[in-house]
Structures are given as structure tokens and as C-alpha cells.
Design a binder for this molecule. Structure first.
Ligand SMILES: NC(=O)c1ccc[n+]([C@@H]2O[C@H](COP(=O)([O-])OP(=O)(O)OC[C@H]3O[C@@H](n4cnc5c(N)ncnc54)[C@H](O)[C@@H]3O)[C@@H](O)[C@H]2O)c1
Length: 326
């Protein structure tokens, strides 16, 4: 059994690959190792994956049709896809819009075309984002809620990925499942995200930028819980009833909305140092609060997040210190 994982050198792709390798699957990883954040971190993750006999890596761009066709031709036994490669980050989409249309729209379509051309395809799982909820103020966010009001290009491209997937599930009966991730953190996490940014600034004695004067809430989800959800979903493709397409969307979060100041407090505690805070206004494109209703994924695949931030943050900081030789 072979799974194609795009974004395999990324934060979530790395952990998902490890989990699937551990249960004996063959993983074909694809990543273009771009420099949106330090590619050395991606190389370190890849080096760990390369220790597994069943891991094969192709450096390539998911929007490059010829390169992806070559990957498919080299691995005719691929029967499932996990498309995690994307241009992530809300703020960067204000300055580099075409990175988002390239990877998140064009690239997503190229991957769906691979699945369409593959008669063995059993399931196409892909990353969406809690940011699709945009100006939604009804909490917790439910997959039943309307999501027509994105407030960043990043969110709009992630919503586009969901819509394009629906059309492919309908037209070509490809089982697709979109996962709306809610602020993922943990060991090997991204340096552009809050946990890493705050920890680096605190150890360097630099001030941290705290948006909306700290009045923000997030459904923070620990990486191990996310991976359990991704793998649980992978194993449960949506059925084709003949009347409705084999298409599903899930929220995948911790089902708790935590205050940003509490999150910072746990980072300070784990580092044993106080943060110097610069309180700033809300950033364009950001939302004040996220909170996931996870009843659908709980019901269908038994997803049960098990890591509160009081446990997850110390585990992240332990890795952060080790990784940075502190
Ligand atoms: N981490 C989170 O909190 C979070 C939240 C919501 C959604 N997501 C989504 O989850 C997915 C994984 O996120 P992550 O946190 O692991 O991010 P990441 O940036 O660590 O991983 C993405 C990987 O994809 C690769 N990539 C980007 N564009 C590519 C392209 N065109 N071709 C090939 N490779 C490409 C990058 O080099 C990177 O290694 C993304 O789709 C992201 O939008 C993440």
C-alpha cells in the first residue's frame, strides 16, 4: 500500500509520514523545499524520514504537471493521496498573492488530476484551514456554517480547494476529504507560527508582538492529535451513495478555545523566562477567535484530541530547546 504525501518535508506532512511509515506503509513524499521559512528545518525533517526504508522522496513542485506525472509513473502502486503542500500563512498572502494561487489552487488541481487518472485511487485527503470561516462569528465553527466570507487570500484559496474537490468528487466519483486544521503546534513546528516566534524572541530577550492587545482566542491543536485525525480520516473514505458524491469536510481542532495570553504564559513558564510584550492592533486578514466544532469527525472516525496546551506547550518547548542547542 502506497500513499503519496505532498508537503512531506513540512510540519504536518513530516509527522503524518512518520506515523504511516511506523505502521508499515510505503510513503512517497513530494516537496519543493521552498524558502518561505528556513529550508534547513525541512532538510532536517527529511533526513529523519530518509532513515525509513519505505520512504521515497521526490523534490518537485505540485503545480508542475510533467514532474507530478513522472512521480505517478514511477509509483503505479499509489492508491491514496494526502495533499498538504501549500503556501501557508495568512499574513504572507498580503504580499505574495501568486504563491497562493500557484500552490493552493493550481497545485491542488494538478494533484486531483493525478487522482483522476489513477484507477487505483481510493481516497484523496487534503488540507484546508479554519481560516475559511472568515467573518463567521457563530462559535464554535461548524462545517455546516456558510463560508462565503474569507478575509484573506490564503483563506479564499483554501476554500477554492474545497470547492474544486467537490466538483471532482461529483464528476469523477473520487472520494475526497478536506480537513480544516485549527492552529497546529508541536515539535518540529513552523518558525513562522506563534509558538516558535514567541519562544525564539523570549530566549533572545527580544519583544514579542501580541496582536489585538492579546485579546485573541485560538483552538490550538497538538500535532500528534492532528496526525491521529489525518490517519483516521485516510482510513475512512466517504462512501459513494450514488446520489451524493463521495465528498466530506471536517474540522480538526482541539475543541477548546484558549486565550492567547494563557498560551504565552505557558511558553514563559516552560522557558523559565518572561516575555517582553509589544501590544499591537489586530492584523489585516486575522480573525479574533477560532473554536472548532469537531462532532462530525468524532462521530465518523472516533477522533478524540487528547492534548491540552498545558501538556503540549512543554513538549514543544522541550523540542525547541533541544533543536536550538539551548
Ligand atoms: N500548521 C497549521 O496550523 C495549519 C493550519 C491550517 C491549515 N494548514 C494547512 O496544512 C498544510 C500543511 O501545513 P504545515 O503547517 O505543515 O506547513 P509547512 O509550510 O510546514 O508545509 C508545507 C510544505 O509544502 C511545501 N510546498 C509548498 N508549496 C509547494 C509546491 N508548490 N510544491 C511542492 N511542495 C510545496 C513546502 O516546502 C512545505 O515543506 C498546508 O496546506 C496548510 O495550509 C496548516
Amino acid at each position: 500500500m502506497t500513499v503519496l504525501i505532498t508537503g512531506a518535508a513540512g510540519f504536518i506532512g513530516f509527522h503524518t509520514s512518520l506515523r504511516l511509515l511506523a505502521r508499515g506503509e510505503t510513503v512517497v513524499g513530494v516537496d519543493n523545499l521552498n524558502a518561505y521559512y528556513d529550508p534547513a528545518l525541512k532538510a532536517r525533517r527529511l533526513a529523519l524520514l530518509a532513515e525509513h526504508r519505505n520512504f521515497v522522496f521526490h523534490r518537485g513542485d505540485i503545480a508542475d504537471r510533467a514532474a507530478m506525472a513522472a512521480v505517478a509513473a514511477a509509483h503505479p502502486d499509489i492508491d491514496r493521496y494526502i495533499n498538504l503542500a501549500a503556501q501557508a500563512g495568512v499574513r504572507h498572502s498580503l504580499t505574495a498573492p501568486f504563491d497562493y494561487s500557484h500552490s493552493n489552487v493550481e497545485g491542488h488541481l494538478v494533484m486531483l488530476e493525478l487522482a483522476r487518472a489513477n484507477p487505483r485511487c481510493r481516497h484523496f485527503v487534503y488540507a484546508s484551514s479554519s481560516s475559511v470561516y472568515g467573518t463567521n462569528t457563530k462559535l464554535p465553527f461548524s462545517v455546516e456554517d456558510r463560508v462565503d466570507t474569507p478575509i484573506s487570500l490564503y483563506a479564499a484559496t483554501k476554500r477554492a480547494g474545497e470547492l474544486v474537490s467537490h466538483s471532482y468528487s461529483h464528476l469523477f466519483r473520487i472520494p475526497t476529504t478536506g480537513l480544516r486544521f485549527f492552529t497546529v503546534y508541536g515539535p518540529w513546528g513552523r518558525p513562522d507560527m506563534a509558538a516558535y516566534l514567541f519562544a525564539s524572541a523570549i530566549v533572545a530577550g527580544r519583544p514579542i508582538r501580541v496582536f489585538n492587545n492579546g485579546d485573541m482566542r485560538r483552538d490550538f491543536t497538538f500535532i500528534d492529535d492532528i496526525v491521529s485525525g489525518v490517519v483516521g480520516v485516510l482510513d475512512n473514505p466517504p462512501p459513494d451513495t450514488g446520489t451524493t458524491p463521495p465528498y466530506r469536510l471536517y474540522n480538526i481542532g482541539n475543541n477548546r478555545s484558549e486565550g492567547l495570553m494563557d498560551y504565552i504564559g505557558l511558553i514563559e513558564q516552560a522557558l523559565g523566562r518572561k516575555a517582553i510584550m509589544e501590544l499591537e492592533p489586530m492584523q489585516p486578514g486575522d480573525v479574533k477567535e477560532t473554536y472548532a466544532d469537531i462532532s462530525a469527525i468524532q462521530r465518523d472516525v472516533g477522533f478524540a484530541p487528547a492534548t491540552p496546551i498545558s501538556e503540549g506547550i512543554p513538549r514543544f518547548i522541550a523540542w525547541f530547546k533541544d533543536f536550538n542547542g539551548l
